[in-house]
Write a protein that binds this ligand. Structure first.
Ligand SMILES: Nc1ncnc2c1ncn2[C@@H]1O[C@H](COP(=O)(O)OP(=O)(O)OP(=O)(O)O)[C@@H](O)[C@H]1O
Ligand SMILES: [Mg+2]
Length: 449
């Protein structure tokens, strides 16, 4: 009896130790205990789960039996032979799962006629069957599928990671895969950042300001909320427009600056500023726009001309800015076609899309475009309790769930003050550019290039 008691006590101690280990150092617990058990279970139950999720295919096999004409449950051709042709459910071949920071990942070989879309459709069923937070599907090459399972939502808490030191690259948060979320303006020059109020749009702009402030770039702000968002960052901004009239004049400056840079590139025989020798290369400019819709909303008819001018100038910056080192980051609660054709055309130029929590499915569709429907579902299910979580789509055609680091206004303000001496003056930047103009022939040539 005492032996049994001692055994029970030993088992209890072991369980308590495991629990404490799991609580105090989850990563080592996961690697040494959690992952091996999970890998064995996943492999052992794969046939049942693949069958349940509709990922198997019927294949004809010959089965040998010592009892001819015995019934085989998988649909037998009952003939009086020792070899029978039977249809069996074949599962996709599964490699051994590999541990990841937040779960595990496994490669599968697709069966004939299967596409990644079939696995995408089964992703939610797989997540429930494996009792994990989510399963994401990718296909590194034809015939191979990688399923990445996350045990719990990695975006509930995101820790700050070291800033990127490369020009125009900013690490703004973390992807759900555990990778850093990097906005790289040289790869994706223009971004749309949409989301309902309090969803984390300005927080992301703050993260950008903190990341770009120490870099040799000029920052320009359009803050149509009367300047409440960007005025505190004025020490690091080369120019700031806080109303429509200021916006029109600032956009005129930007278009003239672009035309001037175009002349410079033409003289040097370069296609863009990055092909110019560093000594004469103009400084890149990142344009931050908060509340994009305000640039397009008309209070009365007298504003019609101003809006048309703004819309054309902004579109021109988006069309040509990439070559001449002018990059856009536009934030807004709604970026819909109801704001006019200018917004739709601008949206088409922004290959980088970020969709925070939205209230209506329309905004998600408009922001993420005709991306995978699962991305839209994911955008609509972002909880209000997790501001900063967003769906990110960029040039690689993939979409990711991500969360920005929390960057309070005072941190961005501090960075703006600390690097104020790196701010190029707007007068210096635009000096002698006002004679420069882009004519229609130039525009055609550049748009074709
Ligand atoms: N990544 C994040 N982590 C933690 N908290 C965040 C994060 N992003 C935003 N928040 C919190 O959410 C609040 C709202 O964020 P933010 O001001 O960026 O929203 P917004 O989308 O710009 O709203 P609005 O449209 O009203 O300007 C902030 O006060 C901040 O505390
Ligand atoms: Mg805001």
């Amino acid at each position: 009896m005492t032996d049994v008691l001692w055994s029970l006590l030993g088992l209890l101690c072991l369980l308590v130790c495991l629990w404490v280990w799991r609580r105090t150092h989850y990563r080592s617990f996961w690697l040494l205990i959690g992952y091996p058990l999970t890998a064995i279970t996943v492999r052992a139950t794969w046939r049942k789960i693949a069958l349940g999720c509709g990922l198997t295919k019927k294949r004809q096999r010959f089965w040998f039996t010592l009892a001819p004409s015995a019934l085989v449950s998988t649909g037998t051709v009952t003939v009086r032979r020792r070899f029978k042709r039977v249809a069996v459910d074949t599962k996709p071949w599964m490699w051994l799962p590999k541990p990841t920071r937040y779960g595990w990942r496994v490669t599968l070989h697709t069966l004939e006629g299967q596409t990644p879309e079939d696995y995408n459709q089964a992703a939610e069923k797989l997540a429930h069957s494996w009792r994990v937070h989510a399963v994401r599907v990718s296909s590194p090459r034809p015939g191979r599928i990688v399923l990445a399972a996350t045990m719990r939502d990695p975006l509930v808490r995101v820790d700050q990671i070291p800033a990127s030191t490369e020009l125009l690259k900013v690490t703004v948060g973390r992807l759900e895969t555990g990778q850093p979320w990097v906005l790289d303006f040289r790869t994706v020059p223009h971004w749309m950042n949409a989301g309902a109020t309090q969803s984390g749009k300005s927080n992301l702009a703050n993260a950008l300001i903190v990341g770009l402030a120490p870099q040799p770039v000029a920052l320009v702000g359009f803050d149509l909320k009367g300047g409440v968002e960007f005025t505190p960052y004025a020490p690091r901004l080369s120019a700031l427009a806080t109303c429509r009239t200021e916006s029109v004049s600032l956009l005129d400056d930007l278009v003239a600056l672009m035309a001037d840079r175009m002349g410079l590139c033409r003289q040097a025989g370069a296609r863009n500023i990055w092909q110019l020798p560093p000594a004469i290369r103009p400084v890149p400019i990142v344009v931050l726009v908060d509340e994009l819709a305000e640039l397009y909303l008309m209070a009365d008819k007298s504003e019609k001309d101003e809006i048309a001018k703004t819309s054309t100038a902004l579109l021109r910056v988006a069309q040509l800015g990439r070559a001449f080192g002018i990059y856009l980051f536009c934030c807004g609660q709604r970026i819909g076609s109801d704001l006019g054709p200018g917004v739709t055309a601008l949206r088409a130029q922004c290959s980088g899309r970020i969709c925070h929590r939205v209230n209506d499915p329309e905004t998600a569709t408009m922001t993420l475009g005709d991306l995978d429907p699962a991305a839209l579902v994911s955008a609509r299910s972002i909880a209000a309790e997790t501001p900063g979580v967003a769906i990110v789509a960029s040039q690689d055609g993939q979409w990711y769930r991500a969360r920005s680091f929390y960057v309070a206004e005072h941190a961005a303000e501090h960075a703006a003050r600390m690097y104020a001496d790196l701010t190029p003056s707007w007068a210096d930047l635009t000096e002698g550019t006002h004679d420069a103009e882009i004519n229609d022939a130039d525009l055609d040539e550049l748009l074709k290039a």
